[in-house]
Ligand binder design. Structure first.
Ligand code: ATP
Length: 261
């Protein structure tokens, strides 16, 4: 089983150490780990460091992989688009593992499967350049999933999607994680989506870790107050699941004068 553990991890942008000292327990295949925190907390930076795109101190310790670093698939927050390709071509190209790759029937079948599972077979032959923002995000998701990841790093993969699509994508990722033993890290801002879909959470703020572990243990009223500066309740709904309800927020930290609603 694939595992990933962070040990004193930091990352440089140029000479500036943007994140530092991030350590966690070992996360294992079959788990969805939400990476949460306010804007500029360091979530994208950590993903780039985990994907090997940024250098820095500490160790991203990966074990149990079949394909080494090529099994780590990173979906950036703003993926570049090559407007000349169709969705189908871009997803097929994502299957390319090395320079000697030639297309096999299994590649074509994998592309068909991923397009169908994301519900975007109808735009397979549209150019990437003519898609809506949400369609582009779905195409980027298809490219990432088509790589047969062992470890998935997805930076706000649902930020451009409508509610139905958010549910569809997060359910699909969770099902793939369970069925294939993938380890998925997903940066999300919607904490109710986190409580619904993630098994564990890693909280960042100011470039440092503010805790990690099972969602219900880590996401507390105190954490929401300290990290997000919101006055919130976490309540169980009639169907038994936990929800974050925001009552107010602080403009400057400490006191929480603004009441929502
Ligand atoms: N290319 C860069 N050069 C210098 N600093 C950068 C660069 N990219 C990000 N940073 C800085 O690193 C810090 C963390 O940014 P990062 O993008 O990782 O945050 P984030 O948690 O993903 O934020 P958001 O939720 O807003 O997407 C910020 O202070 C940001 O200004």
């Amino acid at each position: 089983m694939v595992t990933l553990q962070l040990d004193g991890v930091g990352a440089f942008h140029g000479r500036h150490l943007t994140i530092s000292g991030i350590s966690t327990q070992a996360f294992a295949g079959g788990e969805v780990v939400a990476v949460i925190g306010p804007n500029a907390a360091g979530k994208s930076t950590l993903f780039k460091r985990m994907a090997g795109l940024l250098g820095g101190p500490g160790e991203v310790a990966v074990a149990g992989t079949q394909r080494g670093t090529s099994g780590i698939c990173y979906m950036p927050q703003d993926p570049p688009t090559s407007a000349a390709l169709t969705v189908y071509e871009s997803v097929l190209l994502a299957r390319k593992q090395n320079a000697s790759w030639v297309v096999h029937d299994t590649d074509l079948a994998a592309v068909d499967e991923v397009l169908a599972s994301l519900g975007i077979a109808d735009i397979a032959f549209r150019s990437l350049g003519e898609l809506s923002g949400g369609q582009r995000q779905l195409a980027s998701l298809a490219q990432t999933l088509a790589r047969d990841p062992e470890i998935l790093l997805m930076d706000e993969p649902t930020s451009a999607l409508d509610l139905h699509r958010q549910m569809q994508v997060l359910s699909l990722v969770r099902d793939l994680v369970r069925q294939r033993g993938i380890l998925a890290f997903i940066a999300l801002h919607d904490l109710n989506q986190v409580l619904r879909f993630a098994d564990k959470v890693l909280v960042l703020a100011g470039g440092r870790s503010r805790g990690s572990g099972p969602c219900k243990e880590v996401i507390t009223v105190d954490l929401l107050r300290q990290v997000y500066r919101v006055d919130a309740r976490i309540e169980c709904c009639s169907q038994g699941s936990s929800h974050v309800i925001i009552d107010g927020y602080s403009a400057a930290g400490g006191e929480i004068p603004h009441r929502a609603g």
